[in-house]
Design a protein around this ligand. Structure first.
Ligand SMILES: [Fe+2]
Ligand SMILES: [Fe+2]
Length: 211
């Protein structure tokens, strides 16, 4: 006797499921790729800041103008567009998995601290560039703590948050993340802001040298 065959799923429901998956893939691809590309770019900028801090420690004159431009960018692009997009992803992530609440609350608080530390460093650099004499240790501490804090924050997101977001967020969630801003990146985007021309050239030069 032949065993009872399981009823085969209707073709239409197979199609529905595959188109749902494709839709999710499509909604996820852009904001996720942008999320990770942003982190890659911010990490490159933090490395450049660190090179200048190293020059400072080695009693060489750092390029304060370059440092200022980088921190200015980090205050104006990530703090205004990248972090708010993450905040939407974070809130939706907690709804999908409430056990993430504490970890997510920490990441959200770090956004505020990063903005504050960036402003402090920017003020220090503005003073140096305006010829105000400030304690060497003040600038060094402001730059070093900014680097440590920013890198820690991104590593925590890469390691603990992004994998869970890929797993748990729905197409609607990703669409809500993407809808927060369509602001183009003024430094790494194709249509970059004239303000960042020199910094962009510097980054392109370093990338070519590394090839
Ligand atoms: Fe973040
Ligand atoms: Fe981030």
């Amino acid at each position: 006797m032949v065993g009872k065959r399981e009823k085969e799923p209707a073709l239409s429901s197979i199609k529905d499921r595959s188109s749902e998956a494709a839709e999710r893939q499509f909604a996820l691809a852009d904001p996720l790729a942008r999320w990770q590309a942003d982190h890659h770019n911010f990490a490159r900028l933090l490395d450049l800041v660190e090179q200048q801090v190293d020059a400072f420690r080695a009693d060489k004159r750092p390029d304060y103008e370059l440092m200022r431009l980088i921190v200015y960018y980090l205050r104006h692009y990530p703090d205004r567009f990248h972090h708010p997009r993450e905040d939407v992803a974070f809130t939706r992530l907690v709804k999908r998995d409430p056990t993430l609440q504490l970890a997510i609350a920490r990441r959200m608080q770090e956004h505020a601290v990063i903005a504050w530390a960036g402003e402090e460093l920017l003020n220090c650099l503005d003073e140096v560039l305006a010829g105000v004499v400030i304690e060497r240790s003040t600038l060094e501490a402001a730059a070093a703590s900014y680097l440590v804090y920013y890198r820690y924050h991104m590593a925590a997101e890469e390691e603990h948050v992004i994998p869970r977001a890929v797993e748990l967020l729905t197409a609607t969630d990703w669409a809500a993340v993407a809808a927060i801003s369509t602001e183009p990146d003024p430094l790494f985007g194709t249509d970059f802001d004239a303000r960042y021309q020199e910094l962009r050239r510097h980054i392109d030069r370093i990338s070519k040298e590394a090839e």
